[in-house]
Ligand binder design. Structure first.
Ligand SMILES: *Cc1c(COP(=O)(O)O)cnc(C)c1O
Length: 341
């Protein structure tokens, strides 16, 4: 069921990617100065890259069409064929990136357990392999917030401890920070308190921040120079991408402060669902995502859609709700009415 088949959508809770550009974003897009970004000549793209690098405390940034591309370019940067990527179980880089780590970089994942999306640093250390009899570890990757675990946050001391493991093992450390601004908002810290622990970070502008398109990879200037080549190989050279970067700059300016509102509404919805008898693990509800376990998820989601509330069935008995800035308090009240009827 897509929104176009409905007479009226009260609340689209399928994902935080469904937001449409605000009037301010469209205005900025219309006015954007542009150039050929494959030559590095788009001033608005360059401004966006510099701004994300500044906010995250890194030297340089590179704008790409998607978070899958920023993650997979990072994996290509950090690994050689036949190596392993140590990552938290359920990581997006493996679960939802269509085998690209194998097809593009020739590497395989080694999952470590991660209750509520948080791996034990000692577990990460034990997963690292250097023996000649085994595929060696090429890199470590974390995900904050962790999507599949429910938008959960990794405590800062765990990040620091995993950084220590990476240093001791001589391994690069990447963050899939698609929702790292949600993690920062949830902990009430500047995003750089999180991102400074990593060699590279992938940041999505098109999730909760609300831009129509794009992610930025940050890291050292030398790494971003090499990343530029991998981006081109993947077909990510976008030419006059300043029209997209202009919208992303507005998202970066206005988006982070709004996330706390999304988190408040998420909590409100989760508590209403629990009160109505839904099986929701409230401990996992830390940012803007809720997973509920219920029978016949697809059929239930279809019934709600007929009443104007959209959610995602992500398994036979799993439904996901995601809040974003285009779900107002009024829309949330309507959604709660439909979902708990
Ligand atoms: C959405 C997401 C991505 C990137 O997805 P794209 O659709 O390729 O932009 C990466 N990691 C996580 C955790 C995500 O939720």
């Amino acid at each position: 069921m897509t929104p176009s088949t409905l007479s009226r959508v009260l609340a689209d809770l399928r994902s935080d990617t469904v937001t449409t550009p605000t009037p301010e974003m469209r205005e900025a897009m219309a006015q954007a100065a542009v150039g050929d970004d494959v030559y590095g000549e788009d001033p608005t793209v360059n401004q966006l890259q510099a701004e994300v690098a500044r906010l995250t405390g890194h030297e340089a940034g590179l704008f790409m069409p998607s978070g899958t591309m920023t993650n997979q370019v990072a994996i290509a940067l950090h690994t050689r064929r036949g190596e392993e990527v140590v990552c938290a179980e359920g990581s997006h880089i493996y679960e939802w990136e269509l085998g690209m780590m194998a097809t593009f970089s020739g590497v395989v994942p080694r999952f470590v357990p991660a209750p509520l999306g948080v791996p034990d640093p000692e577990g990460v250390r034990l997963a690292v392999r250097h023996s000649v009899h085994q595929s060696p570890t090429g890199m470590i990757s974390l995900e904050d917030t962790h999507n599949k675990a429910g938008g959960t946050v990794i405590p800062l001391e765990v990040l620091a401890a995993v950084r220590t493991v990476a240093d001791m093992e001589g391994l690069p450390l990447h963050l899939d920070g698609a929702r790292v601004f949600n993690a920062a908002a949830a902990q009430n810290v500047p995003v750089s308190d999180i991102t400074r622990h990593f060699d590279t970070v992938s940041v999505c502008l098109s999730k909760g921040l609300g831009a129509p398109v794009g992610s930025v990879l940050v890291g050292s200037a030398a790494a971003m120079k090499q990343a530029h080549r991998y981006r081109k190989m993947m077909g990510g050279g976008m030419r006059q991408a300043g029209v997209l970067a202009a919208a992303a700059l507005v998202a970066l300016r206005d988006g982070p402060d709004r996330l706390r509102e999304d988190h408040r509404r998420t909590r409100q919805l989760a508590e209403a669902l629990v009160e109505a008898g839904f099986d929701v693990n409230l401990a996992a509800v830390q940012t803007n995502i809720i997973y509920a376990t219920l029978p016949d998820a697809a059929a239930q989601v279809a019934r709600w859609a007929e009443q104007g509330v959209l959610a995602s069935a992500l398994g036979p008995d799993s439904v996901r709700f995601v809040l974003h800035h285009q779900v107002s308090d009024e829309a949330l009240a309507e959604a709660i009415r439909v979902l708990t009827a």
